[in-house]
Design a protein around this ligand. Structure first.
Ligand code: MEV
Length: 321
């Protein structure tokens, strides 16, 4: 049975079993970056939103020997070691003993490359560990645990992925600043193509850093991406779908200039535009990961989903009313 099939579950409400002796379930949502991936690493602002229906889940349960990790069928090689290291990093950051012996089940809940899987893992592990020890999974501690996990996998992350996952709100995010949750904005309709990619986010980000060091024109590209993100936010605030689309198109061109767009990304974007999308771009680190398309409305988003086929889904961000 999938953990999400178990329904709402509050381990703190089981008074007959001590913390640490009862199974604990925690989940965390994926994220989508609407504008500002990569430039956000260099202090430029990004717009990002949670993907609440797509949730990674973690179950901690008393085990028999050491740490036993259980993953989705077909999980990539090395995933088990990654989860063990993430668990240890989160426990150390929270100053909580690693509860041994332990069974750890992780289900990715439909998250794929570019959708914040490692960030959701960090958030869910932080929540699960705190609940296991009978403590409240407050945002500040969960964010700290998730950041420790992100550092493990990505070296120097901007923080946008795990912040959106933990706060589960659309955010105007700038590295090192208190994020600004966005409320009362008109709905924007998107299609998302979820794709698995073998490319590592850490390596893609490192490649961008290298190219920036070698080409000062790219430093100006990154600064321009920040201004485009600001234009995008203003367009969203006035409900101007075409202008938001222009911001996405401009960022896609900039991301191509940064060297993070693969031929298969360009093909997928052409399919979306051919199906009537207002604009389309990579979302997340790129290089064959997930793609995002903006549509006029929910019907338009549905057309892009049909054109993309398997792995595509439609969602809206903002106030439906
Ligand atoms: C990855 O989802 C987003 C990047 O901007 C990296 C980061 O923000 O740390 C590529």
């Amino acid at each position: 049975m999938h953990p999400s099939d178990l329904g709402p579950y509050d381990p703190l409400a089981l008074p007959d079993t001590a913390p640490g002796e009862r199974p604990t379930i925690a989940t965390a949502c994926g994220k989508v970056i609407l504008l500002g991936e990569h430039s956000v690493v260099y202090g430029e602002p990004a717009l990002a939103a949670p993907l609440s229906p797509l949730r990674l889940s973690v179950v901690l349960a008393p085990g028999e020997d050491g740490v036993r990790i259980e993953l989705d069928d077909g999980a990539p090689e090395g995933a088990s070691t990654s989860v063990s290291r993430a668990l240890a990093a989160a426990a150390a950051e929270l100053d909580l003993g690693l509860p041994l012996p332990l069974r750890v089940a992780v289900r990715t809940g439909g998250l794929r490359s570019g959708m914040g899987t490692s960030a959701a893992l960090g958030v869910a592990l932080g929540r699960a560990l705190l609940l296991w020890h009978g403590e409240e999974p407050d945002d500040a501690r969960v964010l700290a645990a998730a950041e420790a996990v992100e550092r493990l996998f990505h070296g120097n992350p901007s923080g946008v992925d795990h912040t959106v996952s933990a706060l589960e709100a659309p955010l105007w995010f700038r590295k090192g600043e208190t994020p600004d949750p966005l409320t009362g904005l008109p709905a924007l309709h998107f299609a998302l193509l979820r794709r698995g990619s073998a490319a590592s986010t850490a390596e893609i980000v490192a490649g961008v850093r290298e190219r920036l060091g070698a080409d000062s024109a790219l430093v100006r590209t990154v600064a321009r991406m920040g201004r485009v993100a600001e234009d995008g936010l203003e367009a969203w605030e006035r409900g101007d779908v075409a202008a938001f689309g222009e911001a996405m198109t401009a960022q896609q061109a900039a991301l191509d200039g940064l060297g993070v767009v693969a031929p298969s990304d360009r093909d997928g974007i052409d399919v979306a535009l051919g199906a009537g999308a207002v604009a389309a771009k990579i979302t997340g680190a790129g290089m064959g990961g997930s793609l995002l398309a903006l549509a006029e409305d929910a019907v338009g988003a549905g057309r892009v989903v049909d054109a993309w086929g398997a792995g595509a889904l439609a969602f809206a961000v903002g106030d439906p009313g």
